[in-house]
Design a protein around this ligand. Structure first.
Ligand SMILES: [Zn+2]
Length: 219
């Protein structure tokens, strides 16, 4: 399955929970790409050449790195993919590769969160300059404003959490990634989950969805 959703929708948290509940490998694309580079696999070396030049790693290379993982014993029963595809051409490249491997996607789960909520979640984060402890002005405020509870360091707004950067990331998402929603709707595997609900409720909902899909597959 694929996890879709804007920045701040909690995909990472949900991905980790699903991995535990269903014993499926969780592939955050950035992580597995960095791992391939670190391990110096053939595709990792290729990816590194692009990165060293400051170029984007081409879709085929990323799909190749994902395919190495999907084709492995650990993903026999399935896998959870996060961070890819981000565009229609990437979705098409992934489909072609999956077909080649004789596999198919069961679901594309959209964790739906509106822009206002994303800004509220990401914009309220405060990060400790020294050790990276994270607080939130609304959901998890520090005891003293602007000061880390753990080590007394100053709290700052990380570059990624600044309003203009959040707005830019949201624009990118709406422009490039949101068309994937219609794409997977067309293929008939899109499942929507209300991401504005508390994380536990979101997990329960996704779990129920996947359990149903599994039962249908076994019938
Ligand atoms: Zn700290």
């Amino acid at each position: 399955m694929i996890l879709l959703g804007p920045p701040g929708s909690g995909k990472g948290t949900q991905g980790e929970r699903l991995t535990e509940d269903f014993q499926l490998p969780y592939y955050a694309t950035g992580d597995i790409l960095r791992a391939a580079v670190r391990e110096g696999t053939e595709l990792g070396v290729e990816a590194r050449e692009y990165m060293d030049r400051g170029d984007l790693v081409p879709d085929e290379v990323i799909v190749g790195v994902i395919a190495e993982r999907i084709d492995d014993h650990e993903a026999e029963d399935g896998f959870i993919l996060d961070g890819f595809p981000r565009t229609i051409p990437q979705a098409e490249a992934l489909d072609a590769k999956m077909q080649e491997l004789g596999r198919e996607l069961t679901a594309s789960v959209l964790i739906d969160v509106d822009d206002g909520e994303v800004v509220r979640r990401l914009g309220g984060r405060r990060t400790c300059v020294k050790n990276g402890h994270v607080f939130h002005v609304e959901f998890d405020p520090p005891k003293n404003e602007g000061v880390c509870d753990v080590d007394g360091s100053r709290l700052e707004i990380r570059e990624d959490d600044k309003p203009e950067v959040i707005r830019h990331r949201l624009e990118q998402y709406r422009e490039k990634t949101e068309p994937l929603i219609s794409y997977y709707e067309g293929v008939g595997i899109l499942k929507r989950v209300d991401g504005a609900r508390p994380p536990d409720e979101v997990s329960d909902r996704i779990r129920a969805l996947l359990a149903t899909l599994r039962m249908e597959e076994e019938l």
